[in-house]
Ligand binder design. Sequence first.
Ligand SMILES: [Zn+2]
Length: 281
Amino acid sequence: MLLEPFRVEMITRDHAERLAMAAERYGPAWTREVIEGWFREGHHSTADRSEWINDGLPGLCQGLCTAGRPEAARLLAARAWHWMDGRLRLWITTARGEIRRPQLELLSSPLVKLLEAADDTLREEITGALCEYEDTVLECLIPALKFVGARSIAGLDAVVRDCAQRLRAMADQPPRDEDDWSIPWTGCGCGLCDTLAAFLGSRSRQVFEWPLATEGRRHVHAQIDSAGLPVRHQTRRQGRPYTLVLTKTGELFTRATNARHKATIDLAWLMSMWGGASERT
Ligand SMILES: [Zn+2]
C-alpha cells in the first residue's frame, strides 16, 4: 500500500506505523526513494498539497517519531518545505498585489503547521529562508503569526524580529512628495521598455502620448498590466500609427499611504503579541 502510485496527499497519520515498520525493514535508501516518489507522482493541485501539509503532515510526523523513525518524519517535512519554498518564491515575486496577496495568505496556515512538524535543523533552515525573502513575504508571515497566536513554536523569535524590522522600515517611510510622480520600474530590457521606464521614472511627467504600432502597444500594455502599475493606458485611434496615451493615476499616492498605514497597524499588533520576542537578540 505504501508504494507507487501513491501521492503524498494520500498518506496520513494512520499510515505512520506501517511506514515506520517498512522504513525499519528496508532501510534509509529505500525510505528516501519511496518518499521522494510520493512527492513526484502524478499531478497535485496547490490546494491539495497545502491542505495535506496543514492537516496531515504534523500528525504523520508525530506518529513516525513516536514509532521511532524520526528520519522518515524529517524526510517528509523537508520535501514539504522544498515544495512550499517554490510556491512562496513564485508568489512573493508576483507584482500584482490582488493576485499575490490571497495566494500568500493561503500558505500561511500550512507554513505554521510545517514549522511545527519540522525538527530544529529544518526549522532553522525555514526561518532563515523566510528572513531572506522580499518584503512581500509579510503577506504570508503576518497571517501566519496570527494563526500561531498564543501558541509557542520554537525558533519563531527570529521571524518575529525580522517582521518587526521590515514593518518598522515601511511605517517610517516618509510620505511621498505631492509632486513626485516617479514610479521605479525595470522592464524586459528592450527599447520600448527603456522608453516606458524613462516616462515612469520621471517625477514631473504624468501623461505620455506615444505614437506606437500595434505590436509595440501590445507589449507596453502587457508590461503595465503584469506589473500592476498605477498607469492608465488608452489608444487614440487617429492617424498612423495610433497614439498610446499613458496616464499615471492617483493610486500611486494612495498605495504608498495604504502600505504605510497597514505596516503601522501590523507593527502595533506584532508588538502587542510578540513584543518580548522582537527585543530578544
Ligand atoms: Zn520590453
